[in-house]
Design a protein around this ligand. Structure first.
Ligand SMILES: [Fe+2]
Ligand SMILES: [Fe+2]
Length: 312
């Protein structure tokens, strides 16, 4: 992870190409296999719903509430397992959309394109992540909600952007990958169940490269976009971020029903300046900084960012 420069300025085509070549080399030398590199059947990695290491930390929307901390330990652990399983389910559905978009993107690239090669490395890595997340969901024994139908319906539209408007597609990529990355990095700071720990380590290492590519791609291509496309990106960012935050970080309906989360607790979670709101805004701080840097935040859209709670 440490070898990846987050602040590459790919204004010059040489710097951009050198970065893509470097990221591609890292995909060759440091990559993981969902089954080869996770000891799924080891006793120490077995999933037990009562394991206290599944308990939610206070950076989680529900974990931060007094109501959660007052629950009996077994129930706190069961809620934690449910939340993390749901997070993986949504994560793998997101990766499916991402991969379809990367294929559409790659199909438009000419011979000798470094973007073509890197897109395939990323896609291969995402396929391994998806297998890893799905295996976890299967082994959890839980039947959790994934994305709602409307989001699944929109997914083919988003994937089509990979060919038609790749800058907007890579905004979706950042909107999905940044909060997953932020949440996993935060989670890795404390003692986790060893299976979660292994999955998060593998994922964080490879996502750092994907995030680096998405940002470099945007820095390279956004400056030469038409005013109409720039305006579309400026308006889309806060909306896309708010929509993905709602899908990825918020407790799902089936969670609320299964654990009978009281209405007042949910009101506390979503009140202005709650830990959950702060966490969401922090998770998107890097996208916001990039949008500011690319001159894609206007006074009017800044108000929208703030109103939607995605401005840290
Ligand atoms: Fe991934
Ligand atoms: Fe990724």
């Amino acid at each position: 992870v440490t070898q990846i420069p987050d602040q590459v300025r790919p204004e010059r085509v040489e710097a951009y190409e050198a970065l893509l070549a470097r990221l591609s080399r890292l995909s060759v030398t440091k990559h993981h296999d969902a089954y080869g590199d996770v000891a799924w059947d080891a006793d120490a990695l077995r999933i037990d719903a009562g394991d206290p290491r599944f308990e939610l930390s206070d950076v989680d929307a529900i974990g931060a509430t007094a109501w959660y901390r007052a629950q009996p330990p077994a129930r706190r652990a069961a809620m934690g397992l449910h939340r993390v399983t749901q997070f993986m389910k949504v994560g793998l559905q997101f990766e499916n959309v991402l991969n379809r978009g990367l294929l559409r993107f790659a199909a438009r690239q000419p011979d000798r394109s470094l973007e073509f090669r890197y897109a395939y490395h990323e896609l291969i890595e995402e396929c391994q992540h998806t297998l890893m997340f799905q295996e976890f969901v299967n082994r959890s024994g839980l039947d959790v909600d994934g994305l709602p139908h409307w989001a699944r319906f929109l997914s083919s539209r988003i994937a089509a952007l990979g060919a038609r408007f790749p800058e907007l597609f890579f905004l979706f990529v950042l909107a999905g990958e940044d909060p997953i990355d932020f949440t996993q990095r935060t989670a890795l700071r404390r003692e986790l169940h060893p299976l979660l720990q292994r999955i998060a380590q593998i994922h964080v290492t490879e996502e750092a490269r994907h995030l680096c590519f998405a940002r470099a791609f945007l820095r390279r291509h956004v400056p030469s976009l038409s005013p109409a496309r720039r305006a579309a990106l400026a308006l889309a960012a806060p909306l896309v971020l708010a929509a993905t935050a709602a899908r990825m970080m918020r407790p799902s309906r089936d969670f609320v029903a299964r654990f009978a989360v009281p209405r007042e607790v949910l009101a506390e979670v979503f009140r202005p300046h709650s830990p959950h709101r702060r966490h969401v805004a922090q998770a998107f701080a890097k996208v916001r900084d990039l949008w500011v840097e690319l001159d894609l935040v206007t006074p009017r859209t800044e108000r929208l960012w703030r109103a939607l709670g995605v401005w840290a």
